[in-house]
Design a protein around this ligand. Structure first.
Ligand SMILES: Cc1cc2nc3c(=O)[nH]c(=O)nc-3n(C[C@H](O)[C@H](O)[C@H](O)COP(=O)(O)OP(=O)(O)OC[C@H]3O[C@@H](n4cnc5c(N)ncnc54)[C@H](O)[C@@H]3O)c2cc1C
Length: 421
């Protein structure tokens, strides 16, 4: 089984892990010089329903990536407005830990290789080609190229290239594998029907903040600083992460310690920031132009089944943001594991796995697909950690924090250790 994965964000890394565990030869192709994609500047895990999804995946036997993240957290079990029992991973250590793990289990990682073409015959991909001219032939493929950028999308639908961690000018912009196969893709919208959504957090260079803020962040993981009314900037409606579109995130500066000081707003004027006590010397670490804008996302999502097979190409699977309007690392990891698993089932000619809708993960995968068929559904974002999907989970009784009960449910659904088999 030769499986080629395009895109080394959380979804691609997780698909690579599972496909390799299932015995495939795996090549993971990433256009930049680092794995983890937007996860390089993320960090929030296990908040609200993400806790349930994480523990479900561990009970299903596909939790190695989550275990590595847990080992690399700076803070665990913290609360911030609207969010309970969160963990914050260290944005410096985690990418290295994941890269080393994937190498150790035998995933072949190709960095600074950008897939730009695919050779499709009889509805299946034969090979893909990168911008350097390298050709990779495989038996099955996974598209985990994400939905962020490239620069022309950030300029057209956002406030311009904000110089984010995806570093399009240096490595070339995102190219969708599904798109180059000629499949028509979907684009997300904002509530006002305009296209795309803006990433919802920036990172400040922690050492540029006042010592007492640094101390609070280092010891508690969270700092909430009320803003005088004239300093309130309301960017809630443009946010990709609607779970943080709460008024507390406009009325306060909310910082989380991921190594950087994660500032929970899409952008905020640096001139204003410098007038706030403790922020006189503040500098943006990501995106560099965080005073003006942020990366734009949710372009080009693949049409897919609930087994994460791309409709229209037999041997192509997808995960993460490619698989729909799913926001978050947890969401990318659980879909990545399922895509990696089903890719090997496909090659073994075994029936593909669709997760039971009695699990939070199974319900999320099916629900977002259904919602994206509706016009209003394209204007929303879906995450276990808040907003519509978390409310939906709670209504169905799928939000659970008791690890034993989660394991029991997974056993009842016949899914215990399914990914470890
Ligand atoms: C600033 C920011 C902060 C965030 N913070 C959090 C957080 O704290 N917690 C949380 O849960 N979520 C957070 N998110 C959301 C989360 O990061 C994403 O939803 C999730 O990680 C998406 O993973 P992915 O693998 O689907 O896509 P991506 O992370 O976008 O990864 C896609 C990868 O594919 C590569 N690629 C694209 N095209 C090609 C090609 N043609 N050839 C080769 N490689 C290609 C890209 O370089 C990239 O590495 C944040 C997002 C942003 C932008």
């Amino acid at each position: 089984m030769n499986i080629i994965i395009t895109g080394g964000g959380w979804a691609g890394c997780s698909a690579a892990y599972m496909a390799r565990k299932q015995g495939a030869n795996v090549i993971l192709i990433e256009r930049t010089d680092l794995l983890l994609g937007t996860g390089l500047v993320g960090g929030i895990m296990r908040n609200n329903g993400r806790y349930t999804a994480t523990e479900e995946m561990i009970a299903m036997g596909g939790g190695d990536i989550f275990k590595i993240i847990d080992e690399n957290c700076r803070h665990t079990n913290i609360n911030f407005p609207g969010h309970a029992h969160a963990s914050l991973y260290d944005i410096a250590k985690t990418p290295v830990a994941i890269t080393n793990y994937l190498k150790k289990i035998g995933v072949e990682i190709k960095l600074q290789e950008r897939v730009v073409r695919a050779q499709v015959e009889d509805g299946a991909i034969k090979s893909i080609q990168t911008s350097s001219g390298e050709v990779y032939a495989g038996d099955a493929f996974i598209d985990t190229t994400g939905t962020a950028g490239p620069m022309n999308n950030c300029s057209k639908y956002g406030n311009g290239c904000a110089m984010c961690v995806l570093r399009c000018p240096s490595f070339g912009g995102r190219v969708s594998l599904t798109g180059v196969c000629g499949i028509t893709e979907k684009t997300g919208k904002k509530a006002d029907d305009s296209i795309g959504a803006m990433s919802g957090s920036c990172k400040l260079y922690k050492e540029s903040l006042a010592p007492e803020i640094i101390e609070t962040l280092n010891t508690t993981g969270v700092a909430v600083i009320p803003l005088p009314e004239e300093f309130v900037e309301n960017h809630l409606s443009v946010k990709a992460c609607q779970q943080y579109a709460l008024k507390e995130f406009a009325e306060n500066i909310i910082l989380l310690d991921t190594g950087h000081a994660k500032l929970m707003t899409p952008y905020y004027s640096i001139e204003k920031l410098h007038k706030i006590p403790g922020f006189e010397n503040a500098r943006y670490e990501d995106p560099y132009a965080g005073g003006k804008g942020n990366s734009m996302r949710y372009f080009d999502m693949s049409p897919r089944t609930n087994a994460l097979q791309v409709k229209g190409i037999k041997n192509l699977f997808c995960a993460g943001e490619k698989a729909g309007l799913l926001v978050g690392h947890t969401e990318a990891i659980v879909t990545g594991v399922l895509a990696g698993f089903n890719c090997t089932r496909f090659l073994r000619k075994e029936p593909l796995l669709e997760l039971s809708r009695k699990t939070a993960i199974g319900e999320a995968i099916a629900y977002v697909n259904e919602e994206m068929e509706k016009q209003e559904g394209l204007g929303k974002k879906y995450t276990f950690s808040g907003s519509v999907l978390f409310e939906h989970m709670k209504k169905l009784g799928l939000y659970e924090n008791d690890v034993n009960k989660i394991e029991e449910k997974i056993k009842q659904e016949g899914l215990f250790n399914i990914f470890a088999s």
